[in-house]
Each structure stands twice: as C-alpha cells, then as structure tokens.
Design a protein around this ligand. Structure first.
Ligand code: GUN
Length: 286
C-alpha cells in the first residue's frame, strides 16, 4: 500500500480564498494583531507568515515586535490597549514567551471574544462543554483535513499522541465532539506501539522527529503529523531538513493516508487563524 498524501497546502489555500471572499463581502475589515516578544527564530518565521497571509486575505494586519526585555506590565498594557481597539478583532500572542513572562496571565488578559487562538480558559471551557468557541488553529486544521478525507468520524478509534494545551488536548476534544473514540497518549503511556496499533486515526503531536514508527500503525490508518522538527544539517546542507513526528517514508507504506511535512498540517494553522479572526469580526458586528 502507498498512502494517499493529504494535501494541506492546497486545502489551506481553499480555506484562505473563502475567508478573503467573505471578508471582502463584509463591509468591515477584519483586524488581526500578533504580538511577538523576543527573537526566537522559529517564532519570527511563523509570525512573518501570519502577517503576510492576513494582508493577502485583505485583513488589517498589525504585528507588535517587542524586545525580550519587555516586562509583564508592559505586555499586559499592550493587550489591554488591543482589547479596547475596535479595529482589532483578533489578538494572538506568539508562544513561547521569553523566560520571566507569565504565559497564563498573558492569555487570561486577552478578551475571550478576541482570543483567536482559543487559549483563554473561558474558550477552553466552552470547547470542553461543546459550546461554540474559537478553537485552537492547529487542531482545528487537523480536524478539517480528517473530515475532508474520511467524512463521518463517528465510532472511529482515534489516538492523539501528545497532551499539550495548544494541540493535544483541544485535538482530543474536537475528535470527541466528532464522535470518535479518543485516546490521549503521552510520555507515561505504557506500550505506546500497542495502543497505536488499535487506532484508525493517529494524530502525532510530540515534537520529536520520526517518533512514530511504521510498525506501530494499523494497516490502513489515517495519519496526521503535526510535528515540525528541523534535523541537523547533512554534510553540504546549509540548513537541516524539516521532518514530522512520524517516520514518513516507512509509514506511507502502511497508512491509507498521511499528511506530509512540510505541506500537511502547517499551512492549515494560518488558514484557521484567518477564519477564527473573520468569525470574531462577524461576532463583534452581531
Ligand atoms: N506557538 C506555536 N503554535 C502556536 C499557536 O498556534 N499560537 C500561538 N499563539 N503560539 C504558538
């Protein structure tokens, strides 16, 4: 078997195009403010892409780039100003924050109605209760790809590997909401290969290159690889290759469908961020 490649890049382009079309028809320009503190190189790349894609969709796009020496009080003051800015419908503080800043307090300071990341405890609670809420972008993108490929997820055995607040936990909630039978595996899970072999759907979000092996997969499983890991450069390479959390080349011979890295889940995150911002703008008008 050679797995179908789930083309997140193409799917995300479709989502972005629909968002841009709806934004244009709205008569109000959706506004997205991204806050980046410090110089983390990966965060700089992600924030640059968010800024570019928001502009391309016709949004009012603002990035606040603050030095790593920014104090908690300064950061909270900026968030208060953005909460009160009627031109801004979505606020995203790029994580991780530099050491010394309190992420939980920063997330708590964001108006839940502008929390396009879906990280505020009120929105986390709403998701857990099955109530409408902005949903974290990466798991929302994963669910879209799964539903597009599989249709109804009812009764499917789904395994989420990783229990982060950004991906693993909300992913499990979304799969549960879609009536899958959900297991969350983590670093203390016993006999992960055996747990994995039961799964019709595997979502890997551990942040370790090639962690999930082909012989852990049930033949025909659908594999969503959230990992973006940069390998050390091979001789002659300036930069190491980007790889996922799944041993892709071997896994594609066992799975029925799999997301590649890059070009799978990654582009869906920004597409969902734009959609969450558009929804926040629509809700603000209602
Ligand atoms: N860092 C890595 N992923 C994310 C994300 O989805 N949102 C924010 N705010 N920071 C991140």
């Amino acid at each position: 078997m050679t797995a179908h490649l789930i083309d997140g890049k193409a799917f995300a382009a479709g989502v972005r195009a629909r968002v841009a079309e709806r934004a244009q028809a709205l008569g109000v320009t959706p506004g997205l403010a991204v806050v980046l503190v410090g110089e983390d190189p990966a965060s700089q790349v992600y924030v640059g892409s968010k800024e570019r894609e928001a502009r391309a969709a016709g949004f009012h796009s603002v990035v606040h780039r603050l030095p790593a020496t920014t104090s908690q009080a300064e950061l909270l003051a900026l968030i208060q100003a953005l909460n009160g800015d009627p031109a801004i419908h979505g606020i995203l503080v790029q994580l991780p924050l530099p050491a010394g800043l309190d992420e939980d307090a920063v997330i708590l300071a964001i108006d839940p109605a502008k929390d396009v990341d879906g990280f505020h405890p009120v929105n986390v609670g709403r998701l857990a209760l099955g109530q409408p809420a902005p949903v974290p972008c990466t798991p929302r993108g994963c669910l879209m790809l799964l539903k597009d490929h599989l249709g109804d997820l009812s009764g499917r055995e789904a395994l989420v590997i990783g229990r982060s607040a950004i991906v693993g936990k909300p992913m499990a909630m979304l799969l549960l909401g879609a009536n899958a039978t959900v297991t969350i595996a983590h670093s203390r899970t016993k006999d992960l290969p055996a747990v994995c072999r039961r799964a019709d759907i595997v979502v890997a979000a551990v942040g370790r290159p090639h962690f999930v092996k082909a012989d852990w997969l049930k033949p025909g499983a659908v594999v969503i690889d959230v990992g973006i890991n940069r390998l050390d450069p091979a001789p002659g390479e300036a930069k190491g290759r980007l790889v996922g959390d799944v041993d892709f080349e071997a896994a594609r011979r066992v799975a029925s469908a799999i997301t590649p890295v890059p070009g799978g889940v990654g582009p869906m995150t920004i597409a969902c961020l734009l959609d969450n911002t558009l929804e926040a703008c629509l809700a603000a008008r209602a």
